[in-house]
Ligand binder design. Sequence first.
Ligand SMILES: Nc1ncnc2c1ncn2[C@@H]1O[C@H](COP(=O)(O)OP(=O)(O)OP(=O)(O)O)[C@@H](O)[C@H]1O
Ligand SMILES: [Mg+2]
Length: 384
Amino acid sequence: MTDDKKTPVNGITALKLYNYRCYEQLALECPLQPIVLTGPNGAGKTNILEAISLFSPGKGLRKSKLSLLINIKNPKDPWAVHGTYTFPSGNLALSTGIDLSNESERRFVKINGAPHPQTTLHEWIHILWQTPQSDGLFIEGMSPRRRFIDKLISQIHPSYPKHLYRYDYALRERSRLLKESNFDDYWLRALEETMSQEAVVITMHRIDFVRQLTEAGQNNVTKFPSFSIHSKGLIEEWLEEHPALVVEEKIQKHLKDNRQNDSLTGGTKIGPHQSEIPVINLDYNYPAEVCSTGEQKALLVSLMLAQCRLQTTVCNRMPILLLDEVVAHLDNERRACLFKEIVALRLQAWLTGTDSQVFHPLEGLAHFLTINNATVKEGSLYVS
Ligand SMILES: Nc1ncnc2c1ncn2[C@@H]1O[C@H](COP(=O)(O)OP(=O)(O)OP(=O)(O)O)[C@@H](O)[C@H]1O
Ligand SMILES: [Mg+2]
């Protein structure tokens, strides 16, 4: 890819895995291009995408226990993943792994050799993924959707996770305190004040963000469905009618009035942890949960492309897309459209599949790798 306007804005340009899943050691040099990984079942494709996903906060795209990532053949050694992240003004050395001397199920993160909390990664690198398991987003209730939306917001507002953290901490502490018969009223009031303030900040961010994402999702250019997405709940309703400070007071009063009830149920009835995030496929005017599996996959691609479009306008980083087995499920028109969008939006997408032929339109625009039995070779097996 010689045309600079088509080169991805940022991406992973080197990747090293140690004792990670099926890889004892792997070193890849990856050009700043979309990367196509093809090979038979069990070759090691998803393991590479999972390793990259660990350059974002959390447990990665499989949400596996960190100890399961250790190569079974060598269980006494820790695993580690190192990468070079290239962006317009330079390179960043990223490392993550586990320290077996430390019993806790936490992984370390190092940026340019210095330890950092996982959440710092949001400030540098944005990674979005779609896997065969991602369909759960539309069928497993609201909490995966809230997490998904919160992740998208965090990519645009790096300080947003701090509000989520403060809210969650106060929410859990309040529930714990309410179980005690003789709780400290002063501490409880402080927690409820924090919850009210953070609930308003989080909800306002969500309302604003879903509006922007819906706008970015209205398009006639792609074959992917247009959608509308909303954030719904009591706090959202209050914010429509009252200024933020009044809503904070209303939440605080509600929390105080419901202490006894909440102590019996062990939960808190209002708050951003209760918001609904309905997604409507505007092609049919159907809610996402009743769409077919193929439509849900296409809808998720729509959401991710809308996020990428939004990021081109509001920040100078583009997400890295990890699309595991997504392409094989799309019809020809949508597949061609996805490839076109990846190139037009200057995304480094990592795409996997068992059949290299379906990636043929990316020939010359992407870097092809073939994997077999945890061995990676350059080039594709596709024969025209
Ligand atoms: N901790 C581990 N140690 C060693 N091997 C592992 C470990 N975890 C998973 N594997 C193996 O890694 C291999 C590659 O898995 P991966 O999910 O990457 O395959 P894939 O190429 O994505 O296959 P598919 O096309 O079926 O999705 C599998 O054989 C799997 O059993
Ligand atoms: Mg796989």
